[in-house]
Write a protein that binds this ligand. Structure first.
Ligand SMILES: Cc1cc2nc3c(=O)[nH]c(=O)nc-3n(C[C@H](O)[C@H](O)[C@H](O)COP(=O)(O)O)c2cc1C
Length: 176
């Protein structure tokens, strides 16, 4: 399970949500947050040759090796952040043999608003679909994220929604 995390800051509420998802994985299923997203160059078709930048090669290898993807997205101006879109763009090429082609994916999102990054989550599902992955339509949002995490642990209802989504994700077959 590979997590694509759309926030770069250490105290990210989406990081906490992603860690909750990783902790909810069934025994024997391993997962990690990719550390490569901040180092990816902006997508440039002229860099996307048979010998792309080393970090792109390594990122595509991470994605290809994963049985499934979890996308954890903040909402920036009503959509997913550029760092996440950029990572998905790199993983979506070359079109015929893209690293994320056919990958089951689940989307989580935490934001400051009461809608819990709803637009970003919806956009992430659509972008993943267009890019060739197989995102689950149902997503989990964490509303008013800063306040929701003030006490430390996430509320039980959010943790159980995350656990249910992770359960669905691990049951998804790898190929369509
Ligand atoms: C440039 C920018 C734009 C933002 N736009 C939105 C928005 O459209 N909707 C929303 O709910 N929150 C918005 N926010 C607030 C973020 O959702 C909030 O900072 C969130 O906690 C960031 O995620 P993180 O804690 O994982 O870093 C915005 C924040 C920034 C910095």
């Amino acid at each position: 399970m590979l997590v694509l995390l759309g926030s770069l800051r250490p105290d990210s509420t989406n990081r906490r949500l992603a860690e909750t998802a990783l902790a909810a994985l069934p025994d024997g299923v391993h997962g990690a947050i990719s550390t490569l997203l901040p180092s990816l160059p902006h997508y440039d078709q002229d860099l996307d040759t048979d010998t792309p930048p080393e970090v792109v090669r390594a990122f595509r290898e991470q994605v290809a090796a994963a049985d499934a993807l979890v996308v954890a997205t903040p909402e920036f101006n009503g959509s997913l952040p550029g760092v996440l879109k950029n990572a998905i763009d790199w993983a979506s090429r070359p079109r015929g043999t893209a690293a994320l082609a056919g990958k089951p994916a689940a989307v989580l999102g935490a934001s400051a608003s009461p809608k819990g990054a709803q637009w970003a989550r919806e956009d992430a599902v659509r972008v993943l679909q267009v890019a060739g992955a197989r995102p689950i339509e149902q997503t989990v949002g964490l509303a008013s994220a800063g306040a929701a995490l003030e006490g430390g642990e996430l509320a039980e209802d959010v943790r159980s929604q995350v656990a249910e989504l992770m359960g669905r994700l691990v049951r998804e077959p790898l190929a369509a």
